[in-house]
Design a protein around this ligand. Structure first.
Ligand code: MLT
Ligand code: ZN
Length: 471
């Protein structure tokens, strides 16, 4: 008897055998190393304990898995690149992980509709490449592009660094195929641009974190590439200046990104190998990208910088003169997550309306200074969309569980502040396991009751990614 089969009790072995019988060609993994690998995401907070990992190769196999799960009362956890930051893809309670790793192909490009139809396991970067082969772009973009999958992007309605111009994932999904808990296949919206025929179940499934069904195919809208651009980095001393710089940039430039980070973020990203941008240290930094196809547009950027300098809003700035320089400036922002990973950060991903950002930032800085005097707190994010990432780093000597307890106490206060500012406890990472205790602070009781009802209609047995979003 192998070590693997010893770990699986008789009941589990029986249901897995039933799956093998129903689907003899299905690739199924039960090796402990695979259970560990596929049972977790980037949160690393929960010990993975899935029943097994299924790697279907077709929609029909996914449908058969759903029917088997329903017959045997087995929970399913969809799995893409597992780069999620909220525990949405964690399998810690004997679930079957349905990995879309083998369903990772481009199925179709339609030049007239300007759409790309893909399987859910395709990486975001592969989507970018496929769009570029046709002279077009899929504009949703963020640092995890090389490893995250489009299925996961859809499950969380992923945002990223281009939301200011292009919006979130949901704006780019023209059609979705969804396998429901009963194994039915829904072909939602079918690429239509205009469709006024009742509830848009496609949009309901986007951001549902796998609780309404398994996304097995997506038709993505593509668009024209943007004109040539430039990247500018500003050094800023005062928090109150950040959104004034934003207003100045937005009034003169056609922005495609407006991001910020603090001196603490810069410290970590430099320690991780990035190049120092200025001799002096400032408290805040802004990275912005904008169209710079014409001399007038390039001059406008210089004018904005000078205006901000004259008004005392910024201390210094760098304007990219080449693609390599633009990439080096972006690295300062995009390298932050990786540079913090070793410190096991506790992550908050919050949003408020753009107009509420200045007041919210003030509240936040007072709250975090008061509540986290002993911790290294790193702020960064998509401030031009009203989305802030607050990462609290675990001191080496503090036990992981105790660290989380301390951070959760502060998150409760943070989420009360979000309620006051009419914000959201999750802007783009999703609720998953990490944030469900705070959902009721920024979604009303009535909304949550309706969400529960919707979930029950789609999944009466509660087998689709249970425990995520809410219990
Ligand atoms: C980012 O904006 O860099 C991502 O959301 C990842 C993160 O928050 O760590
Ligand atoms: Zn982000």
């Amino acid at each position: 008897m192998t070590e693997t089969s010893e770990r699986i009790d008789a009941a589990s072995a029986k249901v897995l055998n039933a799956l093998r019988l129903a689907l003899p060609s299905l690739r199924l993994l039960t090796d402990p190393a695979d259970l560990e690998h596929y049972g977790r995401d980037w949160t690393r907070r929960w010990a993975p304990a899935p029943l097994a990992i299924a790697l279907p190769a077709s929609i029909e196999e996914v449908q058969a898995i759903a029917r088997w799960a329903s017959a045997h009362g087995i929970a399913l956890v969809p799995s893409g690149g597992r780069t999620g930051l909220s525990g949405g893809a964690v399998a810690a309670r004997g679930e079957l992980v349905v990995s879309f790793e083998r369903m990772n192909r481009v199925l179709d490009f339609n030049a007239v509709d300007r759409t790309l139809t893909v399987q859910p396991g395709i990486a975001l970067e592969a989507v970018h490449k496929a769009a570029a082969e046709h002279g077009l772009i899929y504009p949703v973009d963020f640092a995890a592009r090389g490893s995250c999958s489009i299925g996961g992007n859809i499950a969380t309605n992923a945002g990223g660094i281009r939301v200011i111009r292009y919006g979130n994932t949901r704006e780019w999904i023209a059609g979705l195929k969804l396998v429901t808990a009963s194994g039915d296949l829904l072909d939602l919206n079918r690429g239509l641009i205009k469709n006024s025929s009742g509830y848009d179940l496609r949009q309901l499934a986007i951001g549902a974190e796998g609780t309404l069904g398994l996304v097995v195919e997506a038709t993505l809208r593509l668009t024209d590439p943007p004109p040539p651009s430039q990247v500018m980095l500003f050094a800023v001393s005062e928090m109150a200046a950040l959104m004034r710089v934003f207003a100045a940039c937005r009034s003169r430039l056609n922005l495609s990104a407006f991001e910020f980070f603090t001196d603490r973020a810069l410290h970590h990203v430099l320690a991780h190998g990035a190049q120092k941008p200025f001799d002096d240290v400032s408290k805040y930094y802004i990275v912005t990208e904008f169209d710079a196809a014409t001399e007038a547009q390039q001059q406008a950027a210089i004018d904005v910088f000078e205006q901000c300098l004259n008004e005392g809003l910024v201390n210094d700035g760098v304007l990219s003169q080449s693609e390599a320089q633009a990439a080096a400036l972006w690295r300062l922002r995009e390298g932050i997550t990786e540079s913090l990973a070793a410190h096991q950060p506790y992550k908050n991903d919050v949003s408020v309306r753009i107009s509420a950002v200045p007041a919210f930032l003030e509240d936040m800085s007072a709250l975090l200074a008061r509540e986290y005097p002993q911790f290294d707190v790193v702020w960064f994010g998509h401030i031009g969309d009203g989305n802030l990432h607050i990462n609290v780093l675990k001191p080496a000597e503090l036990a992981a569980a105790e660290f989380v307890v301390q951070c959760e106490r502060v998150t409760k206060l943070l989420s009360a502040a979000l309620a006051r500012h009419a914000g959201s406890i999750s802007a783009e990472h999703g609720i998953g396991l990490v944030k469900k205790a705070y959902l009721a602070d920024t979604r009303s009781t009535e909304e949550i009751a309706l969400m529960r009802g919707v979930r029950r209609v789609f999944d009466p047995q509660g087998l689709m990614n249970p425990g995520k979003l809410f219990d």
